[in-house]
Design a protein around this ligand. Structure first.
Ligand code: AMP
Ligand code: ZN
Ligand code: FE
Ligand code: FE
Length: 287
């Protein structure tokens, strides 16, 4: 159990707890700080901040952006973003539009594969949140086309799978720029998904991202092995980057993962939050 969790999803994207529920859950588990990092949306932030101040839990406004990366999957986390920044909200709108178009194409693919699913059914699963692949997976389970969510991804929805559809993504450079414009700190999420196990290759990717403004690496993550953590930590130190971590809690759609757990017991202290804040402060006072 850690007292901070810097990677958490809500019903605003594909988590199953509303921002307010999540804050209460975190408080009940004894956490001190959480960062709300929904995919391509900041719709959950205000509710989370409000409930956080009511319950005495620190909530960091964040976002998780999927960026263009051919070797694997690259996600960038933005922390302490100003959610009123129009450059940020405009970019998010573009991403949401792209997602909406992708979702329609995925419905076509599922139908072509013989699955009678329409967008309204997927939207029902997502309730009022933004629709993502986990909602497709849930709709497929509901209709009996697959056993469970992992089965839906393995057989159909995974990147390159028969029902998968690419969507427009920002470049890493654009994503870092927009996070920075909104006053945020950019951290590379779950680096294992980059598929760069060779130290020199990983080092090269980080070197380039750092030049573009990357400020941290999510070293602590449930799916990272000790060896991976060591590599990510070493490279972070070498480049003077922040070492962060989180559970990527989604609630019931990823039910093996619990909030504040699974990423190295007690390894993350509140100091990391203070470091992130002071980086941001120094930058603001700077020339
Ligand atoms: P989307 O943003 O709509 O492309 O969906 C991304 C979401 O799908 C992320 O939250 C992931 O947690 C989830 N996801 C991606 N790949 C898998 C997988 N193989 N199994 C389960 N969930 C996955
Ligand atoms: Zn997700
Ligand atoms: Fe991610
Ligand atoms: Fe995530």
């Amino acid at each position: 159990m850690n007292v901070i969790d810097l990677h958490v999803h809500t019903t605003a994207s594909d988590g199953t707890m509303s921002p307010a529920e999540l804050v209460r859950y975190a408080k009940g588990k004894g956490l001190r700080t959480i960062a709300i990092t929904d995919h391509d949306t900041i719709e959950g932030i205000e509710e989370g901040l409000q409930e956080g101040s009511k319950r005495g839990l620190e909530v960091i406004p964040g976002v998780e952006l999927s960026v263009d990366y051919s070797n694997g999957t690259m996600h960038l986390l933005g922390y302490y973003i100003d959610i009123t920044c129009t450059e940020l909200t405009d970019k998010l709108m573009v991403l949401q539009q792209a997602r909406a178009e992708r979702n329609l194409k995925m419905i076509d693919k599922l139908r072509a594969l013989g699955m009678e699913i329409d967008l309204a059914e997927v939207a029902t699963v997502a309730e009022h949140g933004q629709i993502g692949r986990p909602h497709f997976a849930q709709a497929m389970v509901k209709k009996g086309y697959v056993q469970n969510i992992p089965d839906a991804f393995d057989r159909y929805l995974r990147k390159g799978g028969p029902a998968y559809m690419e969507k427009f993504r920002l470049s890493a450079e654009e994503a870092i720029h927009v996070i920075r414009t909104a006053g945020g700190v950019t951290v590379l999420a779950h680096p294992f998904t980059l598929n760069q196990p060779q130290p020199h290759e990983f080092d090269a990717v980080i070197g380039e991202l750092k030049q573009r403004g990357l400020e941290g690496i999510e070293v602590h993550y449930p799916e990272h092995s000790e060896g991976q953590k060591k590599l990510y930590r070493d490279v972070a130190q070498q480049y003077g980057l922040l070492i962060t971590g989180g559970s990527d809690f989604h609630g019931l759609t990823k039910d093996a993962i619990d909030l504040g757990e699974g990423y190295g017991d007690g390894e993350l202290t509140h100091t990391i939050v203070e470091d992130m804040k002071s980086r941001r402060e120094t930058r603001r006072k700077g020339p």
